[in-house]
Design a protein around this ligand. Structure first.
Ligand code: SF4
Ligand code: SF4
Length: 393
């Protein structure tokens, strides 16, 4: 079984530059990889959410690429069709669709979407008018009897769609190989995130966030994750006076790191990110030994505690566990403007943080525009001052 999606083995890319330098070129690296894959006759499949199992796409011999937009420049074009009062992540993704400025989207042979929040679902209808799209229906009452069975059936339907569209057979052997690759990637990224438990941590939160890829399972990336685990073992004394922060809420996709930068530019260090661009999707692996690998895939992905679920109590359990492991001094919740599910759920997270964990909590609602950066910085400074006062008592 190959241990990466291009089959080159674990040693590929070990001689490449410093891991942070490598991931600073993540987009051009992924673009070169996707172009090579296309030239070799492979399909490219766009994904837009962490509920979509990359393994199934990889087992179909295709390359799964994340298409979520993080560019503020794409908001204005998107507002030609979409309401201004909509989540910037949705608008930015759609802006790329209209302007044809995302090369991954332009080379996608299929987009696999999902019924999560209302804004995304309705945006997919517009995007699907001109692009090949398959929508997975996600049951949203996570504890409901039969919900898992329904989701398993949805994945069976997606498997059939991929097989027919790309004229391949997705065997259990291929599925297990893809599960092996993704489990390895999740483990490496978890181990990197775990480095932040040390006080002081070896990296800033922004540096940790660099260790990601729009395309999973690339051999060179996996080798660089391993190298990073060797290189960034030692605590960074420069970070010892910083306020340890846990971030939660919406994903911080590539290009939309402004609030994280404000936190770390004003005396904080983000030691843990619970969101979908942080630990949430990599906390659990797929059971590679399961008799039915598709069912195992359904179970792992269905456990993801997103705010579109009702109720979403598992997210609170995860936050409690992460707070125990990473020992934050404050929790900052990021809400993209008009993200109703995370915004309403902020009631529960605030209560957990303030009443159960006994930590200061700050909710920041914003979009991709830098217009409120000074106001956000003032609020961040204020919560850090509260932390410092509490620590000196
Ligand atoms: S936050 Fe929810 S909707 Fe967004 S990527 Fe994660 S699972 Fe998908
Ligand atoms: S951040 Fe909220 S509104 Fe935006 S896509 Fe994710 S769940 Fe939907």
């Amino acid at each position: 079984m190959s241990d990466c999606c291009c089959g080159q083995g674990a040693e590929a890319g070990v001689g490449a530059p410093d891991p942070l330098e490598h991931f600073a070129r993540m987009i051009p690296n992924c673009l070169a990889y996707a172009n090579e894959a296309k030239a070799a006759g492979k399909a490219v499949v766009g994904i837009l959410c962490e509920y979509t199992p990359r393994e199934l796409i990889m087992a179909a011999g295709a390359v799964p690429v994340c298409l979520c937009g993080g560019s503020a420049k794409m908001i204005a074009p998107a507002e030609q069709h979409l309401p201004a009062n909509l989540c910037p992540l949705i608008k930015s993704t759609y802006g790329y669709h209209l302007t044809k400025n995302n090369p991954f989207l332009e080379m996608a042979d299929l987009i696999v979407a999902e019924t999560t929040c209302d804004g995304k679902k309705k945006m997919y209808e517009l995007m699907g008018e001109t692009r090949p799209m398959y929508v997975l229906e996600l049951p949203q009452r996570s504890g409901e009897p039969g919900a898992m069975e329904y989701w398993h059936i949805e994945l069976k339907k997606l498997k059939k769609e991929l097989e027919q569209r790309f004229r391949v057979e997705i065997t259990d052997t291929k599925l297990r190989a893809a599960i092996g690759v993704m489990n390895r990637e999740r483990r490496l990224r978890r181990e990197l995130a775990d480095l932040m438990q040390s006080d002081p941590p070896p990296l800033t939160g922004r540096q940790l966030l660099e260790f990601k890829s729009s395309i999973s399972g690339i051999c060179v990336d996996l080798a660089q994750y391993e190298k990073a685990l060797e290189v960034y073992r030692n605590p960074d004394a420069k970070l010892s006076a910083k306020v340890r922060v846990m971030m939660t809420g919406v994903p911080i996709v590539h290009g939309a790191e402004r609030v994280l930068d404000i936190i770390e530019g004003n005396g904080g260090v983000v030691v843990c990110m619970e969101n979908c661009t942080g630990l949430k999707p990599i906390l659990e692996d797929v059971n590679a030994e399961a008799a039915d690998p598709l069912r195992a895939l359904a179970e792992k992905y269905y456990h993801l505690p997103c705010s579109v679920m009702t109720r979403n109590s598992k997210r609170l359990e995860v936050l409690r566990q992460l707070a125990g492991r990473f020992r934050p001094q404050a929790v900052i919740e990021l809400i993209w403007q008009a993200c109703l599910t995370y915004d309403v759920e902020a009631f529960h997270t605030r209560r957990l943080v303030e009443e159960d964990l006994g930590l200061p909590y700050l909710r920041i609602e914003t979009d991709y525009s830098p217009s409120d950066s000074a106001r956000v910085a003032t609020r961040v400074e204020a919560i850090f001052e509260t932390v410092r006062q509490q620590s000196s008592i």
